[in-house]
Design a protein around this ligand. Sequence first.
Ligand code: TYD
Length: 210
Amino acid sequence: MKKGIFITFEGNDGAGKTTICLKIKEELEKRGYPVVYTREPGGSKIAEEIREILLDTKNTEMDQRTEALLYAASRRQHLVEKVVPALNEGKIVLCDRFVDSSLAYQGYARGIGMDEVWQINQFAISDYMPQKTLFLSVSMETGQKRMNIRGDKNRLDLEANDFHQKVRKGYDTLIEKYPDRIVVIDAEPSVDVVFKNALDQVMKVIESYE
Ligand code: TYD
């Protein structure tokens, strides 16, 4: 049986990942591909319940390692319940955030350490890594602007600018470390332009497996 293709989308808050991901899903379906769009944290019942704890703005006392473990737990549940079965059915899985988010947010920005966070995540994901990761790159200003338009802010959105700058630095470290897996897409232009560039990258991956 043909195995599926696992593609993840990453970026700072306000980069526009969800919009682009959903447009790609729609386009791939139009072209006849079997696609699953999903997101982290969440994407399945138990994982969504963990998401609520993680993003609840009232949970100001959450310990950083607890936060990292909960993201990893939510990831595990979502992976076994949703991602792996879809891949086994030969589907293309588009996942809005995955392990790189934990490495950038918890590992780098929170200061736990990327290696430490990688270890707990390796336990959570075993060998399941995406074939390709699209990193949507925006300036801090653009990210903030888009977040403000979106309105309601979660616990991590409320972190200071300094935190979001560190998140970006964490991602930059990953981009340098995994140049074959992570593709950087300039997400400053209009949705149509970003969508086209992102779709080109996704099609390259699909065609390389056909
Ligand atoms: P969400 O509303 O889904 O944000 P976005 O649309 O930007 O993806 O909230 C997810 C938040 O959780 C986001 O601020 C990033 C953060 N996050 C982590 O800190 N670590 C992780 O491992 C993941 C998956 C998300």
